[in-house]
Design a protein around this ligand. Structure first.
Ligand SMILES: [Fe+2]
Length: 305
């Protein structure tokens, strides 16, 4: 397998030319990260890394954590494939995330994950627009002592987050698309807070009216949109979503399938098995098709709707 740093912004498109492409789970590029010390690494699988976003999976064994803290020059969103996982932020938030929950971490928010369970945990992450700066790893990384935690030695020098963390308990609506769970720009201002989006708190909407598909946002802002599609079974012929076409690059990750992606203008279709992905360059019309007898579910990662 190539080094993670060698494939950044060019996976699976080595020459940078992007086209609609099925990426089977066997094709994901695996690596330890960080690569220099397996004792503190997560097991990471890159699905897509282009000039517009990064999509991947990381795994932590029972009792494990990755070290050091992580940071990105873009927003990061999580979908927990297998929890529970505890995500610690540099400013002293500890999010307990169960399978199916989501997390929004604005740009420049330091973070680190722990697995306190008796099984491997797995996280699908989406970072946009940029996953890494010029320095990999970053030139400055805070030590544990420079973060906030129970009886931390520097707690009094670090920001009090109680007035920073926004109350996100209001019921969501269509007008929240583009600023869910909070406004992206405001969330990126120092000191950054992170936001858990539990399965029951995802922003629900309906994609299409004649052939409705459930659309559930974990996050939606000026950098990207991340959430899940649920397409029920049944119809005259297979159940199909209505055609959509995004202004920015996107990827679809199959949770429950198989799901067929039909490229409506190109008359080409692809079948995604669970954990396969599909890359959709900006401006590619597509629909999802369900030939199964139960709902199918896919995560969407879209840079501009
Ligand atoms: Fe990260």
């Amino acid at each position: 397998m190539p080094k993670l740093t060698d494939i950044l912004t060019k996976f699976p498109f080595a020459d940078g030319r992007k086209y609609p492409r099925l990426i089977r789970r066997e094709e994901y590029s695996s690596a330890l990260y960080p690569p220099d010390n397996a004792f503190t690494s997560d097991n990471t699988f890159t699905i897509v890394s282009t000039d517009t976003f990064m999509l991947g999976i990381y795994e932590l064994g029972p009792g494990g954590a990755f070290d050091p803290l992580d940071i990105h020059p873009g927003d990061e969103f999580y979908y927990i494939l297998q929890g529970p996982i505890v995500q610690r932020s540099g400013n002293g938030q500890f999010a307990y995330l169960e399978t199916g929950d989501g997390l929004f971490m604005p740009q420049e928010a330091w973070h680190k994950a722990h697995n306190f369970s008796d099984q491997k945990v797995r996280v699908l992450y989406f970072i946009t627009p940029k996953a890494w700066g010029e320095d990999i790893p970053p030139a400055y990384i805070p030590t544990d002592a420079e973060t906030k935690f129970y009886k931390g030695p520097n707690n009094d020098k670090l920001p009090d987050m109680r007035s920073v963390i926004q109350n996100v308990s209001r019921q969501g609506c269509t007008d929240d698309i583009g600023s869910w769970p909070v406004d992206g720009k405001e969330a990126r201002a120092y000191p950054q807070a992170v936001y858990t989006v539990r399965d029951c708190d995802k922003l629900n909407n309906i994609h299409g009216t004649k052939h409705p598909m459930l659309m559930r946002f974990i996050g939606s802002n000026d950098y990207g949109h991340f959430g899940e599609f649920i397409l029920p079974p049944g119809g005259y012929g297979p159940r199909c979503s209505e055609e959509d076409c995004h202004g920015g690059d996107a990827a679809i990750f199959c949770i429950d399938g198989p799901i067929t992606i039909n490229l409506t203008q190109m008359q080409e279709s692809f079948q995604l098995r669970p954990e396969d992905s599909f890359f959709l360059p900006a401006g590619t019309p597509y629909q999802l098709v369900n030939f199964e007898s139960q709902p199918v579910k896919a995560v969407f990662a879209v840079t501009a709707l």
